[in-house]
Ligand binder design. Structure first.
Ligand SMILES: Cc1cc2nc3c(=O)[nH]c(=O)nc-3n(C[C@H](O)[C@H](O)[C@H](O)COP(=O)(O)OP(=O)(O)OC[C@H]3O[C@@H](n4cnc5c(N)ncnc54)[C@H](O)[C@@H]3O)c2cc1C
Length: 432
């Protein structure tokens, strides 16, 4: 596919037209960018948008590189629950996220309980717990918000990377690029991370998540449901209505074999099973085509930065989706990186070195907390620190409390901010 947007003015097009067979023998042409973002998933699109912005006409030059065609819709039927701070950041960057369904409360319960426990935890007056946005709509909005300073390289993969003074990147189509900073948004199997020599610790949960969109007779009223089982949980997230039909997104995490079996059911049987698991609150009547399953792992990179490299989103860590926080972590990654890069530019320093100084310190506390809690919740156990609550010794109650803490990240924000700012002294301005 190759690149889109502006091409190199002198060499590539004329040579390619007149003497294409010689191209392979010519020395490669290097374009230099301030920032190269590898991967145009949700994290890469957001990073390119945030980092490419600047004063009119003075935005940073950003290369956005992806193995696929960036604007082509992806087979992703998931929806993302965006924490209020993520929503604020998106709005600040001019990302028009629509449709977005406000989630105002939750009903949470254990597998054997007849009725769940309901709570509402508004983060700020008038602000819901989260907004639920279909990933396809989120992706479209992020692409629409990409500034002109972002040059796209599509249908190419990163094949080699060296950091020596500046970063040198070789792409699979023979293009060579230079960049002061490389932002790795290339997902859980990140090539940048591998080429930089950053190791990962990985946990195979031996679980998968079934993702389905269901229709139901009862309105969801903006309430999410979550029923924990011995392993995993079944959850519903409120989606916007379509043609007057009430809809919710189901994320059902369980042992992989159980998920495979559920995914293979005829859709009316799957609808009945989901309805029963969710206390029949919704009266689920149908499952939309496009049921998907995702194998679940937990993974953390040994370091969040390397020489002229920073890891963002799933390239940095993968957490269990049970608390719906994976991409919210990526949003906070981008906010922290934006802060560091902006400060480095303001003081005339190198963005590839000075821009990364506070990044790991800002991001580790948040990541550690959510990785620990979601792993524990997915296994029905809790880390020791949480057992000293007044519910200590009662795993069921403790689990609900832990979930309330994790999922209502707005309520957690003061803690995260304190932790994140403990050494840095201030918080990223995009997260204010
Ligand atoms: C079932 C499920 C439900 C979830 N629900 C939520 C939720 O409600 N809220 C939430 O916050 N999070 C949620 N998450 C987590 C969230 O979906 C992920 O954290 C997020 O999608 C990760 O995006 P990413 O851009 O970092 O990685 P990816 O989506 O993996 O994107 C990586 C990109 O890099 C490109 N790429 C890879 N290698 C190369 C290469 N060598 N060269 C060039 N390009 C390359 C790929 O083409 C791709 O576009 C959920 C996850 C799951 C599994």
């Amino acid at each position: 596919m190759g690149r889109t947007g502006t091409t190199h003015p002198k060499c590539r097009a004329p040579l390619a037209l007149s003497i294409p067979a010689w191209l392979a023998y010519l020395p490669s042409v290097t374009q230099h960018f301030d920032i190269a973002v590898i991967g145009a998933g949700l994290s890469g699109l957001l990073a390119a948008s945030a980092l490419g912005q600047g004063e009119p006409g003075a935005g940073r030059r950003v290369a956005l590189i992806d193995a696929g065609e960036i604007a082509r819709p992806r087979p992703d039927t998931r929806a993302t629950a965006l924490a209020p701070s993520s929503m604020r950041l998106l709005r600040r960057l001019g990302v028009q996220v629509e449709p977005a369904e406000p989630m105002v409360g939750m009903r949470v319960g254990e597998g054997d309980a007849d009725t769940p426990w309901q709570f509402e935890l508004p983060s700020r007056p008038g602000e819901p717990l989260a907004h639920v946005v279909p990933n396809a709509a989120l992706r479209t909005a992020l692409i629409a918000a990409l500034p002109d300073t972002v040059q796209r390289f599509e249908g190419v993969t990163l094949s080699d990377f060296r950091a020596d003074g500046a970063a040198a990147l070789d792409l699979s189509d023979g293009t060579s690029l230079g960049a002061s900073l490389v932002v790795a948004c290339d997902g859980r199997d990140s090539a940048v991370r591998r080429l930089t020599g950053i190791s990962v610790s990985r946990t195979d949960f031996a679980q998968s998540a079934l993702v389905a969109t269901v229709h139901h007779a009862e309105p969801h009223d903006g309430i999410a449901l979550q029923r924990f089982a011995e392993i995993g949980a079944v959850a519903s997230l409120p989606l916007p209505e379509e043609d007057g039909v009430h809809r919710s997104q189901i994320v059902w995490s369980d042992r992989s074999r159980a998920v495979e079996a559920a995914a293979a059911l005829p859709s009316n049987a799957l609808a009945a099973l989901i309805d029963e698991r969710l206390w029949s609150y919704l009266d689920v009547s149908a499952v939309e085509p496009g049921v998907q399953s995702y194998p679940l792992i937990g993974q953390r990179a040994a370091s969040l930065t390397g020489e002229r490299v920073v890891l963002i989103g799933d390239a940095a860590r993968v957490i269990h989706p049970l608390a719906g926080q994976g991409w919210n972590l990526a949003v906070r990654d981008v906010a922290a990186l934006h802060e560091g890069v902006t400060a480095a530019i303001a003081t005339g320093q190198d963005i590839g070195t000075a821009g990364l100084l506070d990044y790991a310190r800002w991001r580790r506390a948040d990541e550690t907390l959510l990785a620990t809690l979601t792993t524990a919740l997915s296994r029905g156990s809790l880390p020791g620190a949480l057992r000293i609550s007044r519910f200590g010794g009662l795993p069921g109650h403790a689990r609900r409390v832990a979930f309330a803490i994790t999922d209502s990240v707005p309520a957690l924000h003061p803690f995260i901010r304190r932790e994140a700012a403990a050494e840095g002294g201030k918080n990223p301005s995009l997260m204010a």
